[in-house]
Design a protein around this ligand. Structure first.
Ligand code: CTP
Ligand code: CA
Length: 224
C-alpha cells in the first residue's frame, strides 16, 4: 500500500475511529483485557488521514506509535471510551468501530491489591454498555461501520450484529485463521452491507483492507 501516493479525495469528510482493546481494572495492579493489537484501527486512521479526511482516533492501550496529523484520544476502560465516543460523535460523518471493547468489567475495583487466600476466588463482572448499539439508536445521517471478530459461524454472527446495532457496514474476520486478525499486519475480511451486498476480500495488508473499508463507507455517505 502506497500511503503517500493517495489522492486527497476525503477533504471535508470527518471520520471517528476507535481502536485497540479496553482494559478493565480488577485492583491497582491487575486488569482484564483481550488480544486486540489496535493495528486494524490505526491502519484505518492512517489511510483516512492520507486521503485528506479529518480523523479522530479513540484508542485503548496499544504498543503502536501515535499517528500524526489527527486528533488522538487515549482511553483505558470501556466506560472511558463510551464517554469520549459520545463527546465526538456529533461532529463526524462516518464512525468506524474497530475497537475490541470488553463486554464486562469487574463490578468492584479493589482500592488495594487483592491478597490471595487458600481457596478459589471469583470476580463478579457486570456488563459494559454496547457503544456501537447506542450509536445505532441515534444514527441520523451518519455512516456506522462495525467489526465482528469471530471464531465460528462468521456470516450469521456478522449479519445478526449488523442488523441488531443498526449498522451500514460490518467488517467480519475469522480470527482463527492464519494471517488474519490479532497482531498480524494482514487481514482477511468480508464486508457485509445493510443493503445486502457482500464483499469477500482476499488476504491483504491491513492498510489495503483499511482503504477498502473507507471506500465503501464513503460511497454510502455520498449516496445520502
Ligand atoms: N462493541 C461496542 N461496545 C461493546 C461491545 C462491542 O461498541 N461493549 C462494538 C465493537 O467495537 C465492534 C462491534 O461492536 O465494532 C462488534 O463487537 P463484537 O465483540 O464482535 O460483538 P458483540 O456485540 O460484543 O457480541 P459478542 O462479543 O457476544 O459476539
Ligand atoms: Ca464482544
Amino acid at each position: 500500500y502506497n500511503l503517500s501516493g493517495k489522492k486527497q479525495d476525503l477533504k471535508g469528510v470527518s471520520i471517528l475511529i476507535t481502536a485497540g482493546p479496553t482494559r478493565e481494572l480488577i485492583d491497582p495492579v491487575r486488569y482484564i483485557t483481550n488480544r486486540s493489537s489496535g493495528k486494524m484501527g490505526y491502519a484505518i486512521a492512517r489511510v483516512a488521514k492520507e486521503r485528506g479526511a479529518d480523523v479522530t482516533l479513540i484508542s485503548g492501550p496499544t504498543n503502536l506509535p501515535r499517528p500524526e496529523g489527527i486528533k488522538f484520544i487515549q482511553i483505558e476502560t470501556a466506560l472511558e471510551m463510551f464517554t469520549k465516543v459520545k463527546e465526538n460523535f456529533a461532529s463526524n460523518n462516518i464512525v468506524i468501530k474497530a475497537a475490541a471493547v470488553a463486554d464486562y468489567r469487574p463490578k468492584n475495583i479493589a482500592n488495594q491489591k487483592i491478597k490471595k487466600s487458600d481457596g478459589d476466588m471469583h470476580i463478579e463482572l457486570e456488563r459494559n454498555p454496547d457503544i456501537l448499539a447506542f450509536l445505532g439508536e441515534q444514527k441520523g445521517d451518519k455512516i456506522l461501520v462495525g467489526f465482528a471478530a469471530e471464531t465460528n459461524d462468521l456470516t450469521q454472527n456478522a449479519l445478526t450484529k449488523l442488523k441488531k446495532k443498526n449498522l451500514d457496514l460490518i467488517v467480519a474476520n475469522d480470527v482463527s485463521q492464519e494471517g488474519a486478525g490479532f497482531n498480524y499486519d494482514t487481514n482477511k475480511v468480508t464486508i457485509f452491507s445493510a443493503t445486502k451486498e457482500t464483499n469477500k476480500l482476499p488476504l491483504m495488508s491491513k492498510l489495503d483492507v483499511a482503504d477498502k473499508i473507507i471506500d465503501e463507507a464513503v460511497t454510502l455517505l455520498k449516496k445520502e
